[in-house]
Design a protein around this ligand. Structure first.
Ligand code: AP5
Length: 231
């Protein structure tokens, strides 16, 4: 039997990763969720799945994502509300890329209260925008398990193949330079104000995301452990 690598304590809350495209939200959220044995909820991944399955939601989201803009709140909120009602979320979950607007954050606050969750824990990945272009154009993602690589910083052992499950690595269509610009702009305009919103609520924890993946992961874990159990 494979060893149980989950963290021995329960998370029992929502953890939110906030930060610009390429800050490392997916990389860190996946790791933290694995440690605590809770779901990693990436709204970007959920939307991409809708796009690849050709659902009505996917059809609406596709052109918006291709332009690097945010999908309307109403579409995202319904998708998230349905997801966190599932049984696997009962011990907490890790959001990656949600919320992204103040409307989404307020709705989430109500939703968590309604389901009896503690207040969320918000990790703010702080990074100089000048490094993001290289991180995003260098990103490759496993088609099978979603493992995230970077051809410059974290290359796979064999080019184009996932070290973990042998899956094919792909480049996201929105990781082209001409789409990265609008994505960064959407972040500054619509998502960056969330840092002030959560700071006012006393829920924001800044982490220096320019450090190595392992070092950022250590700081994230330390930060989460420092408030675990708090209401
Ligand atoms: P989404 O999929 O959420 O993308 P994003 O926010 O643009 O963030 P990324 O996934 O690009 O970056 P990341 O921070 O996760 O970085 P990663 O860990 O991969 O959203 C895509 C689109 O969907 C949006 O544009 C929008 O249209 C729509 N959408 C999604 N959610 C929505 C919502 N809530 N509302 C409305 N619309 C929504 O790392 C990036 C690279 O850097 C990798 O190669 C990685 O290996 C590398 N790296 C990571 N950490 C480090 C480090 N410490 N040092 C060196 N390299 C590192």
């Amino acid at each position: 039997m494979a060893p149980d690598t989950r963290h021995p304590d329960k998370l029992d809350r929502a953890v939110i990763f906030l930060g610009p495209p390429g800050a490392g939200k997916g990389t860190q959220a996946m790791e933290l969720a694995k440690k605590y044995g809770v779901p990693h909820l990436s709204t970007g991944d959920m939307l991409r799945e809708h796009v690849s399955k050709g659902t009505p939601l996917g059809a609406k989201a596709k052109p918006i994502m291709e332009r690097g803009e945010l999908v309307p709140d109403s579409l995202v909120l319904q998708m998230v509300a349905e997801r966190i009602e599932r049984q696997d979320c009962s011990h907490g979950f890790v959001f990656d890329g949600f919320p992204r607007t103040v409307v989404q954050a307020k709705y989430l606050g109500e939703l968590l209260k309604h389901h009896g969750y503690k207040r969320p824990f918000v990790i703010h990945l702080v990074i100089d925008p000048s490094v993001l272009m290289r991180r995003l154009t260098g990103r490759r993602t496993c088609k099978v398990g979603g493992e995230i690589y970077n051809i410059y910083e974290r290359p796979p052992k064999a080019e184009g193949i996932c070290d973990k499950d042998g899956g094919e690595l792909m480049q996201r269509p929105d990781d082209r330079e001409e789409v990265i610009g609008p994505r960064l702009h959407a972040y500054e305009k619509q998502t960056a104000p969330l840092a002030a919103y959560y700071r006012r609520l006393g829920l924001l924890h800044d982490i220096d995301a320019a450090k190595s993946v392992d070092e950022v992961g250590r700081q994230v874990l330390q930060s989460v452990q420092s408030v675990r159990g708090a209401k």
